[in-house]
Design a protein around this ligand. Sequence first.
Ligand SMILES: C[S@@+](CC[C@H](N)C(=O)[O-])C[C@H]1O[C@@H](n2cnc3c(N)ncnc32)[C@H](O)[C@@H]1O
Length: 190
Amino acid sequence: MSRPPLSDLVGGLTQRDRTDPYRWIHDATDQHRAQHGCWAYPYQDGSILGALRDALRPIRVLELGTALGYTACWWAAGGARVDTLEADPVHVQLARDMIAQAAPWGVVTVRQGEFADLMPELDSTYDLAFFDGYAPPPDLLPTIATRLAPDGTLVATNLDLFGGGFRADLSINPAWHAAFVEDLAVARRR
Ligand SMILES: C[S@@+](CC[C@H](N)C(=O)[O-])C[C@H]1O[C@@H](n2cnc3c(N)ncnc32)[C@H](O)[C@@H]1O
């Protein structure tokens, strides 16, 4: 995976095509949440993930937090193989159905279980990891580091949920170099 400097990378994201071919999954996720009473909030604008994807060209993507598959489809649209992790069995089934319609070329695998249980079972490293499972937990960085290729990129959102400690942690962590754009952290190991 090529490694444009983080400042160039995030600076280029604001000028992007905001067309959203997966908006129908976003809308279905909002409808599902109202009925299910869950916290399946779809990521607000997949086009920024599409711009990141096109800049970085990851071959393997690990996603934490599938919901109904909106962001998994954005990552897969660049041709990457995507492993996406989700605990809720209702979300897993709905996501498999949505992804089969939206990205039927078979590159997305939805794995059911808790992040902490599934991560050690993965047999791959990833060029890009995307965290969208509520607020990033404090132990996320070392855990993700075990799954990320040495030159891989971590993308995380929900930075300000539950007090926003992750943004501050990442900013001062000497092992990581981070940039922030819109509601995303984009980080690499130093
Ligand atoms: C914010 S939603 C993901 C939204 C999705 N990326 C999208 O844009 O449509 C968070 C999802 O992560 C799942 N989740 C939260 N914590 C989890 C955990 N510890 N292990 C596995 N799944 C988890 C929730 O069930 C929920 O479906």
